[in-house]
Design a protein around this ligand. Structure first.
Ligand SMILES: *[C@@H]1O[C@H](CO)[C@@H](O)[C@H](O)[C@H]1NC(C)=O
Ligand SMILES: *[C@@H]1O[C@H](CO)[C@@H](O)[C@H](O)[C@H]1NC(C)=O
Length: 262
């Protein structure tokens, strides 16, 4: 999820021809100028409206990530497949239910309703915070469960889909500066991800072979969706490194001077 933030930040791409001619980098040596349409609008850190400018830029760039931007090392963020080490596992087979949730995908990350970005300068690092809202976001994964549910034996493998209604996702990247080939670059040294939603709907495709029971179970779970989510919320951290690494692959190509003025 943090990848999204990175991507967003990086992809300050504008298709707005006039604006881009005025605002985008014009130096032919600039990496940001090598693609047919420039992908990043520089905002001026000295201006009081810097964060608004940054928010707009990130929003535009995120939308462009419907498709990968290979020149910048950026994958498409429309349909994100998390690496196999994004796994959540808990429970006890002997005495309960051992559960494993893996093969995560998130669909629609490039279609935010709004974005609010902020760059805060600290003593040694900068923190980029990107708050995105969506009308709906769908996550998919596989669930394996072995053991007993109350006393009922259960040994299954099922797809699970969960839908966040009107969620807010907050990505935070701590950025450190370093020098490379006489230029200053940023790198992400810490990523955080926080998902907030009032309603979360769960859909286990076939946790039970009895479809009536399966449907009723899903609707009971979804009725208490945000309560259920609170129980597993601390696992969100496993998604942050992916976003951090996506952002980093952009940052290592683009020096700070090409990201911001001031
Ligand atoms: C499962 O629970 C039992 C009983 O509480 C405990 O003895 C055992 O160590 C647990 N196993 C695992 C893998 O946590
Ligand atoms: C559940 O059991 C199957 C079959 O024994 C096994 O392959 C799988 O790894 C188990 N999964 C978990 C989460 O215990």
């Amino acid at each position: 999820m943090n990848s999204l933030v990175l991507c967003v930040t990086l992809l300050l791409i504008s298709y707005d021809g006039l604006q881009s001619r005025q605002n985008f980098l014009t130096s032919s040596s600039s990496i940001l100028n090598k693609s047919e349409s420039p992908i990043w609008k520089k905002c001026d850190r000295r201006r009081t409206d810097f964060n608004q400018c940054l928010s707009k830029t990130i929003h535009k760039t995120l939308r462009l990530l419907d498709k990968p931007l290979k020149l910048y090392g950026l994958p498409s963020l429309y349909d994100v497949t998390f690496p196999p080490d994004a796994v959540i596992e808990f429970g006890n087979t002997t005495d309960g239910l051992r559960q494993k949730y893996h093969n995560y995908r998130i669909i629609g990350l490039t279609k935010p309703r709004s974005i609010r970005a902020r760059l805060d300068s600290g003593v040694a690092t900068n923190t980029l915070t990107i708050e995105t809202t969506y009308s709906k976001l769908v996550w998919k994964c596989e669930c394996e469960a072995n053991g007993t549910l109350v006393l009922l034996p259960l040994n299954v493998r099922t797809p699970l889909e969960f839908t966040f209604d009107n969620p807010t996702f907050i990505f935070a990247f701590e950025l450190e500066e370093y020098e490379k080939a006489a230029a200053t670059y940023f790198r992400v040294i810490e990523s955080a991800f926080d998902a907030r939603a009032r309603d979360i709907r769960f859909d286990f495709k076939h946790l039970f072979s009895n479809t009536w029971l399966n449907d009723e179970f899903n609707s009971e779970l979804s009725a208490k969706g945000s309560q259920m989510y609170a129980l597993v919320k601390h696992y969100e951290a496993i998604f942050a490194p992916y976003f951090g690494s996506v952002f980093n692959s952009f940052l290592e190509k683009v020096p700070v001077v090409e990201l911001f003025d001031g």
